[in-house]
Write a protein that binds this ligand. Structure first.
Ligand SMILES: CC(C)(COP(=O)(O)OP(=O)(O)OC[C@H]1O[C@@H](n2cnc3c(N)ncnc32)[C@H](O)[C@@H]1OP(=O)(O)O)[C@@H](O)C(=O)NCCC(=O)NCCS
Length: 150
């Protein structure tokens, strides 16, 4: 299944919502998909204090409910695309801040390829890398950020 087919399927089944950022001519400048998941912290090397910060309650929390940025990207086929990651993230925070006010939620995560340039980009935008132990089979890295209060 391609990522666009998956996005449509997830939209139709309410498993995620995909947002498009358009210009005045209706061209797609950028997109993002938001969903939710349970983050397992069994094999994650983090302090009890950080665990509590993520969970909000328990210093021993092993599962955390999080919002997930499933897809995020800008349309590289648009010449001089004015959209930056900062712009897309602010749109995401606006959506999730409303969701937080309505039903709660604390953390947003992003799972991305293990590429230093990409990871540094998100860290510069306020995300923190979670150190999963080396025996984990996933090649994806997980980053998180707390939802900003309105
Ligand atoms: C992520 C994104 C929205 C950031 O947009 P931006 O704020 O305008 O920043 P840039 O596109 O200039 O990217 C910043 C740097 O990260 C690098 N980068 C971006 N995506 C990358 C990727 N998937 N793999 C490796 N490096 C990447 C860029 O090459 C750039 O490096 P440079 O500073 O040496 O030129 C955009 O790069 C994008 O759409 N990337 C492709 C999709 C993607 O990777 N999404 C992330 C999935 S977790």
């Amino acid at each position: 299944m391609t990522s666009s087919t998956k996005a449509i399927r997830f939209e139709q089944t309410s498993n995620a919502r995909t947002y498009l950022i358009l210009n005045d001519s209706g061209e797609i400048l950028a997109y993002f998909s938001l969903s939710f998941k349970e983050l397992t912290l069994d094999n994650v090397k983090i302090s009890k204090t950080k665990r509590q910060q993520l969970d909000g309650i328990s210093r021993k929390a092993e599962k955390i409910k999080v919002f997930l940025i499933e897809q995020i990207g800008k349309n590289t086929s648009i010449l001089d695309n004015p959209i930056s990651l900062n712009f897309i993230l602010n749109e995401i925070y606006a959506v999730l801040s409303d969701v937080k006010a309505l039903i709660g939620g604390r953390i947003i995560i992003l799972e991305c390829e293990d590429n230093k340039k990409l990871l540094d980009l998100y860290i510069r935008h306020g995300f923190t890398l979670i150190e999963i132990e080396k025996n984990s089979s996933s090649t994806l890295r997980t980053l998180y950020i707390h939802i900003i209060e309105k």
